[in-house]
Design a binder for this molecule. Structure first.
Ligand SMILES: [Zn+2]
Length: 299
């Protein structure tokens, strides 16, 4: 097995935040812009067999209010639009997990951006304070109440995912709802007033009864299903007894040899390709992140 990269880490477009408050420039950019169109399920609707993006002027000669500016690349603007704003029937719809594997990295990153923000917009129809109708502003990046004027902004939900090891063994768990044989790293959402490092320690303790001694940030991944940000950590914990919570069906320590053998025999499956969980596991299997020396010399 080799260490695969993970999806949505490409920097994507220049998001051009100052442009969002310049409608005349956005109107001008529309003339040669392209559109990423998403349906209600959050799937990307491709323009044709060979083109992901719709030419903007094929959809509308003027920039619709509902168009969200995703950003610019080489001077060309990309906007996102919900399918229900279109008359054109899409060629085919593709989900984000499939796109993460099949599309060029930059296009997959643009899809992740569009999916998260259109999800937020779909959830932001009414004011949380007075119940009034919200209007999208700033090219899709804010929603302002017509009644009381309260503004709201896109939300991201940070979650942590932990590669817990004593150097020689890796802690994996599985949930009852997962596909048979699937095991993965423990993970959980950051709570208010908490740092991701604190979440990492707390979630491992709550889910497995394992006390983590140290954590160190590795990498993060936008996970727009629908709007999470996965923050990945290496965590050092001496091998100790496991006491699983109701969230897990099982949790165990695996040695590298054991895990490699189970995967080779198809008795255990790892998380999806291009997820950060798989990346962290593969990185550990290649030994360089979880050895005792690593923690003593570099942490
Ligand atoms: Zn209001």
């Amino acid at each position: 097995m080799r260490i695969a990269d993970f999806a949505f880490r490409h920097p994507g477009l220049d998001r051009a935040e100052p442009m969002r408050t310049h409608p005349a420039e956005l109107d001008a950019a529309w003339a040669d812009a392209r559109l990423l169109v998403l349906n209600e399920q959050g799937e990307a609707c491709c323009y044709s067999a060979s083109e992901i993006y719709y030419p903007a002027t094929r959809v509308s000669l003027r920039r619709p209010e509902s168009a969200t500016l995703l950003g610019f690349d080489a001077g060309q603007a990309t906007f996102a639009l919900p399918l229900d704003a279109l008359a054109h029937a899409p060629h085919e719809a593709i989900g984000i997990r499939a796109a993460a594997v099949q599309w060029p990295e930059m296009d997959a990153a643009i899809f992740a951006q569009a999916k998260a923000i259109l999800h937020w917009q779909a959830q932001s129809k009414f004011c949380g304070r007075c119940g009034g109708l919200l209007d999208l502003k700033t090219a899709g990046y804010s929603a302002v109440c017509g009644g009381c004027g309260l503004a709201s902004y896109p939300q991201t939900q940070p979650a942590t995912i932990m590669c817990v090891s004593d150097g020689k063994h890796l802690l994996l768990g599985r949930q009852a709802a997962w596909p048979e044989k699937r095991w993965s790293l423990l993970a959980g959402f950051v709570e208010p007033g908490e740092t991701p490092e604190q979440t990492a320690v707390r979630e491992v303790w709550e889910e497995s009864g394992v006390r983590v001694a140290r954590v160190r940030y590795v990498a993060s991944q936008p996970w727009p299903m629908p709007m999470a940000l996965m923050v990945g950590f290496d965590a050092y914990a001496p091998m100790q007894a496991i006491h699983i919570s109701d969230e897990l069906q099982d949790a165990r320590w695996f040695s590298r040899d054991e895990l490699n053998a189970l995967v080779a025999a198809d008795e255990l499956t790892l998380p999806d390709a291009l997820s950060i969980s798989r990346y962290l596991i593969m990185r550990w299997l290649h030994a360089d992140s979880g050895t005792a020396e690593f923690w003593h010399t570099r942490a």
